[in-house]
Design a protein around this ligand. Structure first.
Ligand code: PHE
Ligand code: NA
Length: 514
């Protein structure tokens, strides 16, 4: 046990850092894909239910677990869980909260490095005058490792390394560095997001494009927000909703515990946890659904959006659509959009670095600097395969096992620990200690029964999918990409009647061609 080294500078700093941890690329790139693939309005009810019965309870559990561990001078999940129960096993389970972060960081920082590079290319006017195929081709060239768009050899690798160096440098400055980045990044992200959302929604209903005269920016929002109750019986939609809630709130990872370990032992966590959680949901469901989807639907139509949600829209199309606003506005729009993604990304990847640093401190007494550089090095070694073999689907393998399955396993185990071994009585006291809000008592019972029950069900219901994934060669970056495989996945969701009400044309075309 090391001495309590640091604590957060201010409450605002803590909330922004925690919100920055949660608000990430997942809000803007992963959420639209999940929503679109699972039928838009059919997705949103399970998603919101999962937020209330799994997301919020897990935030309470993780914030209070972290603060509890911090009281004993612990800063990483192996040590924190170890203080909560007898038996070494929990210490080993806590290792999930270190390993998952490194694995997710290694592919996450790769996307983050694209956003840096795209800010650079927006500023330098690379996209000016490009047509849609050119912009899409640019992405393709960029992600082909041996090719280059600037003349710098291995450009994507170079940006990836710069991105890791930047993360490492900030992490080496300790909590103060993270707090500073969050204080600058979060307000700018929200500002950029609001500007783009207003611009997007003002494209209106009269077809902004000559190509698709029926294009309507509001179609996108209607698709997302028209509830469809029949999806409530579809387990696939529930699994996707639960997976997105975990990923977006950064729960089941160890980062929340780790940040919370630096909270003074009697400071509020209840209100803080709820504030950071709601800030993430605002950015996800309000901003995340009002930028790419309406802008793309306004120019290219809803069918196109359904087919191209995710990376496809964000990197392969947005720079082209921004051209429609003229050269100067296009440059600003590019800076705002990719800048927003960059701030979303870096405030999250910094969070993924802290568990390792905390663990090295708890275990060996390492200082931030040594912890940060060793983290950067490991992330680089683990990350290079995702960079080099991106097109072979390595990215997707990491995302599935580290970014999806591990989160649910860890969340299930820590809920059992908190509610049943540490004990809900003590747990509930921890949540309410120093609380600035009155947490409704119903959450006590949700944490005791509903959260572990649902988590257990999600795990069991995902087993066939895991077996499939472990044995199937066909990986296609499907959590983040909606591109090529969409017709295939439509085929499977259509059995449940999820996307039926929309009947996109391209799907018919895809099926007719078979
Ligand atoms: N919540 C982040 C996002 O939405 C991702 C993340 C996961 C960050 C786990 C930290 C830890 O992008
Ligand atoms: Na998020």
């Amino acid at each position: 046990m090391a001495a309590k080294a640091e604590s957060w500078g201010s409450r605002v700093g803590l909330i922004l850092a925690m919100a920055g941890n949660a608000v990430g690329l997942g809000n803007f790139l992963r959420f639209p894909v999940q929503a679109v693939q699972n039928g838009g309005g059919a997705f949103i009810i399970p998603y919101l239910v999962c937020f209330v019965v799994m997301g919020i309870p897990l935030l309470f559990i993780e914030w209070s677990t972290g603060r509890f561990g911090g009281r004993f001078g612990n800063h990483s999940t192996p040590y924190i869980l170890d203080t909560m129960a007898k038996g070494r096993i929990w210490k080993y389970i806590g290792v999930f909260g270190i390993f998952t972060n490194i694995a997710v960081a290694s592919y996450y920082c790769y996307i983050e490095s694209w956003t840096m590079s795209y800010v650079y290319h927006s500023v330098s006017g690379t996209f000016n005058g490009m047509n849609q195929a050119d912009v899409a081709g640019f992405f393709d060239t960029y992600t082909t490792i041996a090719k280059s768009t600037t003349g710098i050899p291995f450009e994507a690798v170079v940006f990836y390394i710069i991105c890791l160096l930047l993360n490492t440098y900030i992490l080496s400055k300790g909590l103060g560095g993270i707090e500073k980045v969050a204080k600058i990044g979060m307000p700018l992200l929200i500002l950029f997001g609001i500007v783009l959302a207003v611009k997007g929604l003002s494209l209106g209903t009269d077809g902004a494009s000559a190509l698709f005269p029926n294009a309507n920016a509001w179609d996108g929002l209607n698709f997302l927000w028209t509830p469809q109750f029949d999806s409530l019986w579809n387990p696939k939609v529930w699994l996707a909703a639960a997976g997105q809630i975990f990923f977006t709130l950064s729960v089941g990872m160890g980062t929340v515990h780790c940040y919370a370990a630096y909270i003074k032992s009697k400071d509020d966590i209840a209100l803080n946890a709820v504030s950071a959680g709601f800030m993430n949901e605002f950015v996800e469901v309000v901003l995340g659904s009002s930028i790419v989807i309406p802008i793309a639907a306004g120019y290219l139509g809803l069918d196109w959006v359904l087919q191209n949600a995710g990376f496809g829209m964000a990197f392969q199309t947005m720079p082209y659509l921004f051209q429609q606003w003229g050269d100067v506005l296009a440059i600003f729009a590019g800076i705002f959009w990719f800048g927003l993604l960059f701030f979303a990304g870096i405030t999250s990847s910094l969070a993924m670095g802290t568990p390792w640093i905390g663990f090295m401190r708890d275990e060996f007494g390492w200082k931030n600097k040594k912890g940060a550089w060793s983290f950067g090095l490991i992330a680089l070694i683990m990350g290079l395969p995702t960079v080099i073999f991106f097109k072979e689907g390595v990215f997707d393998e990491y995302d599935y096992w580290a970014g999806t399955v591990s989160l649910v396993v860890f969340a299930f185990l820590e809920t059992i620990l908190f509610a049943w071994i540490f004990g809900i009585k003590r747990g509930w006291e921890e949540i309410n200690l120093g609380a600035d809000i009155k947490v409704p008592v119903i959450f006590k019972y949700i944490i005791l029964v509903v959260t572990p029950g649902l988590l257990g069900w999600v795990l069991i219901a995902s087993v066939p999918d895991m077996v499939n994934k472990a044995t199937d060669e066909d990986t296609n970056n499907k959590e983040w990409f909606a591109d090529a495989y969409y017709a295939e996945s439509y085929g499977s969701t259509a059995e449940f009647g999820v996307v039926d009400s929309v009947t996109p044309n391209f799907v018919k075309i895809a099926f007719d061609n078979e």
